[in-house]
Design a protein around this ligand. Structure first.
Ligand code: F0G
Length: 458
């Protein structure tokens, strides 16, 4: 068999600056060892997120030029509405400016104080929007997700026992929806199987609870279903996506991921009644229902992106690049979440630096080293992100301390991946020299991740 290669070539490039270690030591100190505080010009390879950082295609740029910027009833709105209907099967749709805005509108409509929202490792903004409404997110992720060395193919799955126990425990009125995040970002970009989606829907029907998919990386999830779920190996990605969403009552979407645009989101649903109620909040928070915080050109680009990124070849190139980096790290002996996820490689920091105490922010310590040694910006998914218990004010130490290296779509080449792997290996080979981690010198009352300040412990 011939090797695979990308189904595109590059038309425009952007210069990036490869700084020196001396410069980076100074910059990260000035940034108080928080990677969010760096200027992008101080970063060589930016793996902070795959959200809004992808490269649009020539066809997406062309679609931007034909955007209809009418306030009401723009043709760009209908174009996206029709694409949403075609790809996901939903009749009702509301554009929003990004994924968390979709959550805000939907949750304002259906979540009230004291509610319970089961799901699989709800994403931070999802959890934030739930907790802000004094409701509770109950994590029903399968236990396999917490063992980074297990090769279980669907670590994003919902544990049906955990879900049913939750559904049984509370009255129906207290559970406005179940949220299935595809792929599951927080557990390592891990997919949910179609079988699991089907079973979740069956259970939800038994208890008469709607199911919504948090769909940021739905296409990557569909790719994994095709590759890993025998029954679907001969189906197209579009056919798989159609079946996936037949088990949902609606979806929230961050178009910044699998629609490969720099900004955008939406909500789609089956129920006309819900659409009508949600429209009120959309108008209040986002904009009129036919633009929802987006320009017409943005909606055109999303429609085109959804079409392109539900093609097998586009997804194969993307996911194989993430895997390419992951395999290089595994070959170097570096502990990572396995199997490699769809959008990122997650380094298991507790295994990387076992000598550092959890009180000294292990994953943040590894992330800072990656920056100093190689100018690579990843992100901590560990104690800093998990934040403090709202009641005790003490750190909530999560099961996993991860450093996420998220790969933007169609942005970096495999030479960049080779470079990233070499930097990781260099740090890993000298890991025994690390004696101490970091201490926090400033933290905001909530969401400290973005603004916390640290000092190196000598
Ligand atoms: N849901 C999931 C699963 C996400 O990963 C994100 C964003 C959102 C919802 C919110 O979407 O950013 O458009 O408002 N994830 C980004 C990340 C920020 O880096 O993983 P948004």
């Amino acid at each position: 068999m011939l090797p695979y290669a990308e189904p595109y070539k590059i038309k425009m490039v952007e210069r990036i600056y490869r700084s020196t270690e001396k410069e980076r030591k100074q910059w990260i100190k000035e940034a108080k060892y928080n990677l969010f505080k760096l200027k992008s010009s101080q970063v060589y390879i930016d793996l902070l997120t795959d959200s809004g950082t992808g490269a649009m295609s020539d066809k997406q740029w062309a679609a931007m030029m034909t955007g209809d910027e009418s306030y009401a009833g723009a043709s760009s709105y209908y174009k996206l509405k029709n694409t949403v209907k075609k790809i996901f099967g939903f009749d009702y749709f509301l554009p929003t400016h990004q994924g968390r805005a979709a959550e805000n509108v939907l949750f304002s409509t259906i979540i009230k104080e004291g509610d319970i929202i089961p799901g699989n490792s709800h994403f931070d903004t999802t959890k934030g929007h739930i907790e802000f409404r004094k409701a509770k997110a109950v994590d029903c992720t399968t236990d396999e997700a917490f063992d980074t060395s297990s090769d279980f193919p669907f670590k994003g799955n919902i544990d049906l026992n955990k879900l049913e126990n939750t559904l049984k425990k509370y009255p129906k009125e207290k559970i406005p929806l179940i949220i299935v995040t595809i792929t599951n970002n927080s557990s390592g970009g891990q997919p949910v199987s179609l079988q699991n989606m089907k079973e979740v829907k069956k259970l939800a029907e038994k208890y008469d609870i709607p199911v919504f998919f948090d769909s940021a990386r739905f296409a990557e999830n569909a790719y994994f279903i095709k590759i890993r779920e025998e029954k679907y190996k001969n189906k197209t990605i579009k056919e798989i996506v159609k079946e996936m969403f037949s088990y949902a009552d609606g979806m929230t979407m961050s178009s910044k991921k699998d629609a490969i645009v720099n900004m955008g989101g939406f909500i789609a649903m089956k129920s006309k009644e819900l659409f009508k109620k949600a429209s009120v909040y959309n108008i209040m928070y986002e904009g009129f229902i036919t633009y929802g915080g987006l320009s017409g050109r943005d909606m055109n680009a999303i429609a085109q992106g959804l079409e392109e990124n539900t093609e097998f070849e586009t997804l194969e190139a993307r996911i194989k690049q993430v895997e390419y980096l992951g395999i290089k790290l595994i070959e170097a002996g570096i502990p990572v979440q396995r199997p490699i996820g769809g959008h990122a490689v997650f380094i298991d920091a507790k295994k990387f630096l076992p000598q550092i105490k959890k009180e000294e922010y292990i994953a943040q310590t590894v992330a800072v080293e990656l920056y100093i040694v190689g100018g690579i910006r990843g992100v901590e998914i560990g104690t800093v992100l998990a934040d403090r218990d709202p009641v005790t004010g003490k750190n909530r130490y999560p099961k996993l301390e991860l450093v996420r290296l998220a790969i933007p779509r169609r942005t970096y080449t495999n030479s960049h991946m080779d470079y990233v792997a070499a930097v990781c290996k260099k740090i890993f080979d000298t890991r025994h020299e690390a004696k101490r981690g970091l201490k926090i010198t400033f933290e905001a009352p909530i969401m400290r991740h973005f603004t916390a300040e640290f000092e190196k412990i000598k």
